[in-house]
Design a protein around this ligand. Structure first.
Ligand SMILES: Cc1ncc(COP(=O)(O)O)c(C=O)c1O
Length: 395
């Protein structure tokens, strides 16, 4: 990885130390230009017009679906474009959950979950009368094995994250999908923090659903992906009704198109989807294996440098994705972030949309530094220098 060369594609990084890619990544020039180009030369709605411009826009849009399916090793009709991960999970909650989850069924999630993969299931349990159970953690921040096995018994749906956005924990995906399958449960993998820096093969994982957000992996805002197994998608109800998701409509009744169109109701964010295609090209050019090994080694460096500071409490296990959350006794994370900001170091502070996890850990909030392939060791060193300032200021 020639990071200095890569950074030329991200001029925004010249003046800041950006350590908040877990919230959203920066975008390379090629992605930014693709949006401009689309509106300038290709702009048209998709799946409607029969003139050349419209057909070309539709073709480009569907090419990105093809590219995305290759990116995750699925079939094309198993890729649904959504707004983001949150919408993708809600689509499954409404389209699958409300149709198939019944009173006394069991929905299982883990204590690692982002609200987007927690609240929809909690709400589904409330609406259907199903049980809602949360798998606990070990003191290091890994899933508690005994609790997992116990809670999966008799489960109907198991939703879990491939990488925690707070602790960085990365459970063994393949194994969890197999455990879910053996228990007779449908599995949903929230890959929002995993997809940006790890190879995805839904076939190899054996999951039923998988979701991620484009904006965390170089794409424009406004596009996310839901993968679902074909037979499950076909059995599901639509999430949103109207527009091009129909086959026929009469004044008496309507019926639906097949997947993925059944789930892409209304005009999609075409420019964002085109941008996603360019982002996937960028990632493919770098090769995901290189991104994984570079981000893992930078993350390990950040973890060990932070652990060297005696006033920092690092959260989560050593084996982790590209982020480290931590606390400092008697200093609010918002104050830490504000002081780091004076040195142009951008980190996130708060509950990171994981209030149940913070409550479980017995802390109100934490500070999180997260990296991507465009970050350098010198930026981690700057983080450490700025944190020393926090210590000085607060004594
Ligand atoms: C693990 C995880 N899941 C879901 C989400 C929600 O993603 P989005 O806001 O793009 O819907 C996030 C966002 O930070 C996340 O980190």
């Amino acid at each position: 990885m020639d990071v200095d060369k890569i950074r030329k594609d991200f001029p925004i990084l010249d003046n800041i130390v950006y350590l908040d890619s877990a919230a959203t990544s920066q975008r390379p020039a090629s992605v930014i230009e693709s949006i401009n180009k689309f509106y300038k030369d290709q702009n048209s709605n998709v799946a409607r017009g029969l003139y050349q411009l419209a057909e070309e826009a539709t073709f480009e849009y569907e090419q990105v679906r093809k590219k995305t399916s290759k990116f995750i090793s699925s079939n094309e009709n198993e890729v649904i474009f959504t707004k983001n991960t949150t919408e993708a999970i809600n689509l499954v909650m409404r389209g699958y959950g409300e149709k198939f989850i019944k009173k006394e069924d069991k929905i299982v999630v883990t204590m690692l979950e982002h609200h987007s993969n927690f609240v929809p299931w909690q709400e589904l349990a409330k609406r259907t009368g199903a049980k809602f159970e949360v798998v606990g953690l070990t003191p290091e921040g890994n899933l508690d094995e005994a609790d997992l096995v116990q809670k999966l018994k008799g489960a109907n749906l198991f939703a879990f994250s491939a990488a925690s956005n707070v602790l960085g924990t990365m459970p063994d995906l393949k194994r969890l999908c197999k455990l879910a399958k053996d228990a007779g449960a449908i599995s949903l993998v929230d890959a929002a923090q995993y997809a940006p820096s790890h190879k995805i093969s839904v076939k190899e994982f054996g999951c039923d659903f998988l979701t991620f957000s484009g904006h965390k992996m170089l794409s424009p805002f406004g596009v996310g992906v839901l993968y679902g197994k074909e037979e499950l998608l076909e059995s599901m109800d639509p999430f949103l009704y109207g527009s091009e998701m129909i086959r026929t409509v009469t004044s008496q009744k309507s019926d639906w198109n097949t997947s993925p169109h059944k789930f892409e109701s209304g005009t999609p964010n075409v420019a964002a989807v085109i941008g996603l295609g360019v982002a996937l090209d960028y990632l493919n050019n770098l090769e995901m294996e290189n991104i994984t090994s570079y981000t893992q080694s930078l993350s390990a460096y950040m973890y060990s440098r932070l652990n060297e500071l005696d006033f920092i409490h690092v959260l989560g296990p050593e084996k982790r994705t590209g982020l480290v959350s931590f606390t400092i006794d008697k200093v609010h994370p918002h104050d830490i972030a504000a002081i780091l900001n004076e040195d142009k170091v951008c980190v996130r502070s708060g509950h990171h949309c994981a209030m149940p996890l913070h409550e479980y850990l017995g802390i109100p909030a934490s500070t999180r530094a997260s990296i991507y392939f465009y970050n350098k060791k010198s930026e981690i060193d700057q983080l450490i220098v700025s944190l020393e300032k926090v210590k000085k200021l607060f004594g």
